[in-house]
Design a protein around this ligand. Structure first.
Ligand code: BG6
Length: 304
């Protein structure tokens, strides 16, 4: 389905198969031959390929795909927390749970319906989730491939309970890059960030675009709607557009930490950079009946 089609128009398709653990895996393909794979495990995008069949997202060779462990690949969704405070698991439980296909989602804005190549997913808390995070919510996620091959994730979180709650969220996006030394991130210059490597101390980014020579683990506060990730060797630029997601997390574990991560190959830190659209610094509050929407749109463009 995802093979390049030599200039011919492919058929737009949304197909559901099972992965090796018996979990539904949805393949989206647009008429230009771009494709994406989304798993009900975590509501997670695992793959996004361009019209030449080139993978644009990183997947660790040691990724564990068996629920309820998170999968180190693609775009895990960190919800209802980012990080590891309190009794909630690290980065929240959404990435570990089995979502369902949402057959009857409430209507979305027409810009969120571009073409027919999308899938709607739904996460509702189980009784066990309610014990560790006692809030009634519905998390609706639309994953959409636009006619140009951009990947859009539209999240809607609704409070269906009778008391307010707060949450944070991050689309923990593992981009596939040629080599981390060839990567430059633009759009975060002069911003303040919280450095996870210094107990979340606040610093200000100085002048230039970000390049990478060591471990980086930062939350950039109030980042612009558009961020660019440039890969010089691949001559590819990822554009990240975001709405409702004021922050941007940038993470690369570098050599020493990568070796300590069991589901990551020792040198694989070189092949990825995480740049997440996120709402972390100021958690989002929802009163009963309120809904929050966050949009992330990724495009991959050739750069000179
Ligand atoms: C990053 C965090 O976004 O995710 C890091 O800022 C964390 O501190 C990393 O180590 C990976 O987290 P995990 O739970 O997927 O291994």
């Amino acid at each position: 389905m995802s093979s390049p089609l030599g200039g011919q128009e492919a058929e737009a398709a949304v197909k559901v198969t099972k992965d090796k653990n018996g979990v539904d895996l949805i393949t989206l393909q647009n008429p230009r031959g771009f494709s994406a794979k989304v798993s009900l495990h975590g509501g997670q995008v695992l793959s996004w390929k361009n019209e030449r069949g080139e993978e644009l997202l990183f997947r660790s060779s040691k990724a564990n795909s068996k629920p309820p462990a998170p999968v180190r690949a693609g775009i895990p969704i960190c919800f209802p927390q980012f990080g590891n405070r309190g009794s909630l698991e690290q980065h929240g439980f959404a990435r570990n749970r089995i979502w369902e296909i949402d057959r009857n989602p409430p209507p979305l804005h027409h810009n969120d319906c571009d073409g027919k190549v999308f899938i709607d997913l739904l996460l509702k808390p189980s009784e066990e989730d309610m014990r560790i995070w006692p809030h009634s919510f519905e998390f609706r996620l639309r994953v959409l491939l636009t006619s140009h091959g951009a990947l859009k994730l539209i999240s809607r979180v609704r409070n269906i309970g009778c008391k307010a709650f707060c949450f944070s969220i991050a689309y923990h996006t593992y981009f596939s890059v040629s080599d981390i030394s060839e990567v430059r991130v633009e759009g975060l210059e002069t911003l303040d960030y919280l450095d996870n490597l210094h107990h979340k101390k606040r610093f200000t980014e100085q002048g230039d675009a970000l390049t990478f020579e060591t471990e980086v683990d930062r939350i950039y506060i109030g980042s612009p709607h558009m961020i660019g990730v440039f890969d010089h060797e691949k001559k590819r630029t990822f554009l990240i557009r975001k709405e409702g997601l004021p922050d941007a997390v940038v993470w690369n574990p570098w050599e020493k930490k990568a070796k300590a991560i069991v589901d990551m190959g020792d040198d694989e830190y070189r092949q990825t950079i995480c740049v997440d659209g996120a709402a972390v610094e100021k958690p989002i509050t929802l009163k009963p009946g309120e809904e929050w929407t966050g949009r992330l749109e990724l495009s991959a463009l050739p750069s000179l």
